[in-house]
Design a protein around this ligand. Structure first.
Ligand code: ADP
Ligand code: AMP
Length: 214
């Protein structure tokens, strides 16, 4: 099973992708998480990616496509995967398509998590991420049991650098300009399913499992 999660930054793609990965036993592949892991480790890739991420811009396609293709070539992706935050541009989608075609494969579903811009600002500014394991919470909607502490690993929860108010609007602009065209791209392929992402996390998940099957 190969799934793509589409939607604005902060729409809940990662939250749902983790739940889908658990239920269906496929790896959750997030290019954002890969970049953040590289930033944490201080790699050259991380240093370069950070210059774009902190400004709310996309990391260049060339770099992003390479890390994604390396990741999905790994053994654990043989049974399928769920892509979260990739593709974010038409050229990224085209490269992915071409690579899958070479293998005689294709994406099964592109799930578009639809959340209007006015909710997005509240979602991103309230997001808190664990410095250690990357788990995400929301200070109002999905709080951790102990404020500021990760339920999973007990480490500190922080506001991501790119979730600061000054960066949120540019990320939304970039989404509308460069990523939203993918909705038409996957509609044309007949695999797009748009769902209401404003519902409660569990209800959104129910809708998704209704699409993917039990
Ligand atoms: P994305 O991966 O699309 O950027 P996240 O999954 O990180 O988005 O979600 C953004 C924020 O919204 C997080 O703080 C998350 O806890 C919260 N969130 C996710 N899904 C919901 C939901 N259905 N209702 C309310 N808040 C949600
Ligand atoms: P995310 O965790 O998905 O919100 O991604 C955080 C940031 O990482 C984005 O704002 C981009 O700067 C960068 N990024 C993640 N995925 C991609 C991608 N597919 N293409 C370009 N940049 C990306």
């Amino acid at each position: 099973m190969k799934i793509i999660m589409l939607g604005a930054p902060g729409a809940g793609k990662g939250t749902q992708a983790k739940m889908i990965a658990d239920k269906y036993g496929v790896p959750h592949v997030s290019t954002g998480d890969i970049f953040r892991a590289n930033i944490k480790e201080g790699t050259e890739l991380g240093k370069e990616a950070k210059t774009y991420m902190d400004r709310g811009l996309l990391v260049p396609d060339e770099l992003t496509v390479k890390i994604l293709l390396d990741r999905v070539a790994k053994e654990d992706c043989k049974k399928g995967y769920i892509l979260d935050g990739f593709p974010r541009t038409i050229p990224q989608a085209q490269v992915l398509d071409a690579e899958l075609e070479k293998l005689g494969e294709g994406i099964d579903f592109a799930i578009n998590v639809d959340v209007p811009d006015n909710h997005i600002v509240e979602r991103m500014s309230g997001r808190r991420a664990c410095v250690e394991c990357g788990a995400t919470y929301h200070i109002v909607h999905i709080p951790s049991q102990k404020e500021g502490i990760c339920d999973r690993c007990g480490k500190e929860l922080v506001l991501r650098d790119d979730d600061k108010p000054e960066t949120i609007q540019s990320r939304l602009d970039v989404y509308h300009d460069q990523t939203q065209p993918l909705i038409a791209f996957y509609t044309e392929k007949g695999i797009l399913r748009t769902i209401d992402g404003t519902a409660d996390m569990k209800d959104v998940f129910k809708t998704i499992t209704g699409i993917l099957g039990e």
